[in-house]
Design a protein. Structure first.
Length: 246
């Protein structure tokens, strides 16, 4: 739990750093901050497993319960990152050369932690109110993250063409679009119709799993072989003079 907490903090620091905000990176390097926070998070983990002793039915249950509380951390970090973008702009993000991978990693972390909080979604197994709110907010935050990733990919592909890495990133973004649409619908649909808490999330997970399998099969087949597609694209760019042979 403590290790996962720090991984999320480093991910958040990386997100802020690429838009020119280094305060979190500098803060994480200070012993007066890192040591007390580590002790506090470890104590919280012990307290959570002790207070909710009825849930201790194995390592899986305890792990899911602990990880679900990290959703609060990543939600605050991602919300802060997105809130800062109008003031910092996206130039710093694009200059990193790894903006898409970083943003997709943040989206993946949100998806995993949303599911640790949701679990089976039974009415008798709902998470606390704070986590339910975090699940809704995180589900909505997926959409701007995926849009940023798609935008960054389109810019890179337009400027430099396809590469195997960009094709794989595009495949991940495609799956991310489905997650963002489904989770956003699950979070917002109760505003205009009565439904069980985040129920559409389950259908989205199934559809996303099917799409993921299809995408992987396509990438490992001649249909969407990254090497073949990237070579064809670069040759086409060469023929139309978009790049030089030198």
């Amino acid at each position: 739990f403590t290790g996962a907490f720090w991984l999320l903090l480093f991910l958040g620091a990386a997100l802020f750093r690429v838009i020119g905000l280094n305060f979190l990176s500098e803060l994480l390097g200070k012993e007066w901050f890192s040591i007390p926070v580590t002790c506090l998070v470890f104590a919280v983990a012990v307290q959570l497993t002790d207070v909710r002793g009825a849930l201790i039915r194995g390592v899986r249950t305890v792990a899911l319960m602990l990880l679900s509380w990290l959703l609060l951390v990543i939600t605050v970090l991602v919300a802060g990152f997105l809130a800062a973008l109008p003031f910092t702009g996206l130039d710093g993000l694009w200059k990193t050369g790894s903006a898409t991978a970083l943003v997709l990693s943040a989206a993946a972390a949100l998806i995993v932690l949303i599911n640790t909080a949701y679990q089976d979604g039974r009415e008798d197994n709902l998470p606390p109110a704070a986590l339910r709110l975090a699940v809704r907010v995180a589900s909505v935050l997926l959409t701007p993250l995926i849009l940023i990733a798609v935008w960054g990919l389109s810019l890179r592909i337009g400027q430099h063409g396809l590469t195997p890495d960009r094709i794989i990133a595009s495949a991940c973004a495609l799956v991310g679009v489905l997650y963002a649409a489904g989770y956003g619908w699950a979070a917002l649909s109760p505003l205009w119709r009565k439904t069980a808490w985040m129920k559409p999330l389950e259908r989205t997970n199934v559809l996303a799993a099917v799409l993921t399998v299809l995408v992987i099969l396509a990438l490992f087949s001649p249909l969407a072989d990254p090497a073949r597609l990237s070579v064809n694209d670069q040759m086409a760019r060469l023929k139309r003079g978009a790049v030089s042979a030198a």
